[in-house]
Structures are given as structure tokens and as C-alpha cells.
Unconditional design. Structure first.
Length: 253
């Protein structure tokens, strides 16, 4: 209690909580483990001497009195100094909320807390306002609010850098990744088209389909070669070159 403010502590006895009522709440508060209870009070004298509670008004000194009841959730007990049966001076008040005892803050503590909170926010506002103040010899004092916009842009850039590609692009990133993994296949058209023969044999034992496939392959090779593209003037020239290249292979067969 000496090191810690009574406004920052609480006390409870779980064995008493289910049975709390206006008749025994003072007995609950007077437990020896309760740090808010002063064992030199008149309530302790009445309890030790087994006197009636009505005898408290005839004594002088520190006492505890139940001043408000909102059964079964809230009880308010006042610590007071009795001078006479009709004159008392309040010292502190305690409220028992759901069986937990707290000390109610006094007016001075409430005002101090509110003033400190107000001064903190006023000082923060003043410091922020001063950060926008600028001075130049030609302009005198002026306000520069661009700093705030720049700081916001910087913070947004930092957030963007810390985010992932998926968070920034989302679906676009997924589609791009799929297009890289599964590129579109471009089919090169055959120079000779789709002309095929159905199993007609040549005198050398090969079919016309074999000849046609060989011509297609050689024609594509010619088209891929830049020098041959320049030398070829028409489809007839290309056909003659293909027949010349195929003639030795037929003879060998």
C-alpha cells in the first residue's frame, strides 16, 4: 500500500462472492486480507466486543458505513470520521462491483487526470503545428504543409515496398505467371499446304505421301534460310530445287 497507489489496486474473496448481500457486505469488506480495511476502526471494536451495529453512532473515530446498495452487483461503502451521532467527515469511498473492491478516485485525482490528458493533446497539437512553420529572409514566417503530403507519400511507398507482388497486382500477377509457364504455341503453316496422297507408290518404292513430306520439310528449310529466300523468285524455282535435291536420294534407294 505504501508503494502503490490505492487507486491502482483491487481486492476480492471468491468464497464470499456468490453469497454477497446487504446484510453481510460489511463483514465481507472487513476481511483481514482486504488492504482497504483499517483494523483500528470502530467497526472492528464492535465486532470484537460483539455489540450491535447501532452502537457505532455512539462512538467517535474511524468507521465504515454502507451508503448505497444496488443488489446484487454494486455496493458502496464510505470510510468516515465520526465526531458525534449527527456529524461525520467523509475520508474515502469504496465500491464493490461484482464482488471486487475498488477505491473510488477523489475529486483531486479526477481533475489531475483530466488536466494531464488535455495538456498532453494540446502539447502534441502545438508540436505538430510548429513542424510546419518556416522562416525565410525574403518571405518572413510562413506555413509549409507539403511536408505532410510528402511524409504520407513516403509512408505509402514504404508500405508498397513491404507488400508482395500479389498484393499489388493480384489477378494480373497470376495471369502473367500462368502465361509464362504455359506460353501460347504458334504453329508454323506448311509451305505446301495439306496436299497428301493416299498410298500411291512411286517406281522407286516410296509413296507420294513420303515425297510430299520431304518436299514440305525442304521447303521450310529454304524459307528459314535468308540467302535462299532472296534467290527464290517463284514457286516453280523452289519446286525445281527440291526435285534436284531429292533425285540423288531416290537413286540411292
Amino acid at each position: 500500500m505504501a508503494d502503490t497507489s490505492p487507486l491502482q489496486i483491487s481486492w476480492q474473496d471468491s468464497n464470499w462472492i456468490p453469497n454477497l448481500n446487504p446484510d453481510n457486505v460489511l463483514d465481507y469488506f472487513s476481511q483481514r486480507s482486504n488492504p482497504f480495511y483499517d483494523r483500528t476502526c470502530n467497526n472492528e471494536v464492535i465486532k470484537m466486543q460483539r455489540l450491535e451495529a447501532s452502537r457505532l453512532k455512539s462512538l467517535t473515530g474511524i468507521e465504515y458505513d454502507l451508503i448505497h446498495v444496488q443488489d446484487p452487483i454494486l455496493y458502496i461503502i464510505r470510510k468516515q470520521h465520526r465526531h458525534s451521532p449527527t456529524e461525520v467527515t467523509p475520508i474515502a469511498e469504496y465500491y464493490i462491483l461484482a464482488g471486487v473492491v475498488y477505491q473510488a478516485p477523489d475529486l483531486s485525482s479526477v481533475l489531475n487526470s483530466r488536466l494531464l490528458s488535455a495538456l498532453y493533446h494540446i502539447q502534441s497539437a502545438y508540436s505538430e503545428a510548429m513542424s510546419y512553420s518556416r522562416f525565410e529572409a525574403g518571405k518572413d514566417y510562413y506555413w509549409d504543409f507539403d511536408k505532410k503530403a510528402k511524409s504520407k507519400a513516403t509512408s505509402s511507398n514504404r508500405q508498397e515496398l513491404s507488400s508482395t507482388l500479389f498484393q499489388r497486382k493480384k489477378v494480373d500477377a497470376v495471369l502473367t505467371e500462368f502465361s509464362k509457364k504455359f506460353p501460347q504455341k504458334h504453329i508454323k503453316p506448311s509451305f505446301w499446304g495439306n496436299q497428301q496422297s493416299n498410298g500411291v507408290n512411286n517406281p522407286d518404292g516410296t509413296t507420294q505421301a513420303d515425297d510430299q513430306n520431304a518436299k514440305n520439310q525442304i521447303g521450310n528449310d529454304f524459307l528459314e534460310n535468308g540467302d535462299n529466300k532472296k534467290s527464290l523468285q517463284s514457286d516453280n524455282d523452289l519446286t525445281e530445287n527440291i526435285d534436284i535435291q531429292m533425285a540423288p536420294s531416290k537413286k540411292r534407294k
